[in-house]
Design a binder for this molecule. Sequence first.
Ligand code: FAD
Length: 318
Amino acid sequence: MAIPLDPTTTYRTVVLGIAGNPAVRRLLTVNGRRLALRFVAGETLADALRVADRLHEEGVFSTLNLLGEMVTAEELARRFKDQILELVDAVADRPWARYVSVKLTALGVDIGEEFAFRQLGEILGRARLRGCFIRIDMEDSAHVDVTLRLYRRLRAEGYDQVGIVLQSYLRRSEQDLESLLPLRPNIRVVKGAYKESPKVAFPSKRQVDENYLKLARRNLGAGNYTAIATHDEGIIAHLKAWTAQAGIGRELFEFQMLYGVRPDLLRALAREGYTARAYVPYGHDWYGYFARRIAERPENLLFVLRGIVRSALRPARV
Ligand code: FAD
């Protein structure tokens, strides 16, 4: 029997499907660079550091992310790892940005699990020297098992300054959290941004939101550090009230948002005395990230379409 999807899920599925079309990708890559700057700090490390420094002046911390995903050539994956090492070195003298988010498919997990483990080990070794925290982002559901396995291996090797992400749209996440709890995991809870089948992901926003609260409260209640990563004002208000009532100190959690999505809300949380952190992506490979932001909100699609029409109507310059 087909499982009915709600409008939010349907919109995301359709947009991510269209964004995967090579012609659409070409159109957006050529016309979308300027528009992507709403969500991406720029193409260079210097751009990202400039944004992190500016956010710091407003009381907001950063986690920097070198954009990249689905790398299938060893040489490219190695070059990507070298750039992450450079990033870890670059944030060493910026305590407000000593926090790097990485994607395993960019580090070559599809080339081989051992290869990715070695790459991660190098990054975590450097991060330990530099006092930097590494967050392993969670990607599509096909990569969840390998991500959890590598996380467990890293923890078994004694790396503690590493965290993982759980997605509340996945039916399995509650079970995954239970099995991770003995490790006292540092978890970022998100709703989930990929195109997933209703067999693996809850089809309705209500279920995703309920599961979000369940995961966040469970990890916090177990005394583990939790990054509450959402722009959902209802969830934020609920967890502010719940943590205060449960006597959970503010040193045990932080709020995180994507750069360019709700800067006003993030600044307000910082002013209220919470740790507030922006996820600041940079780099040339911005297409997949940008497509996911468009897929989160119909208004973003209109913003992109308006931008494309405007640049098409602009008189050509010679
Ligand atoms: P929603 O219910 O989608 O949105 C709530 C409100 O936020 C909306 O009504 C709107 O006002 C605003 N909003 C949300 N998205 C946008 C947008 N793009 N543009 C403008 N306004 C918007 N996903 C993963 O799958 N893996 C990860 O590792 C991952 N890491 C993340 C790290 C951080 C710091 C954050 C904040 C998100 C991350 N995500 C990740 C993305 C996440 O899964 C969601 O897709 C995204 O956060 C939108 O969901 P939401 O929680 O804001 O709730």
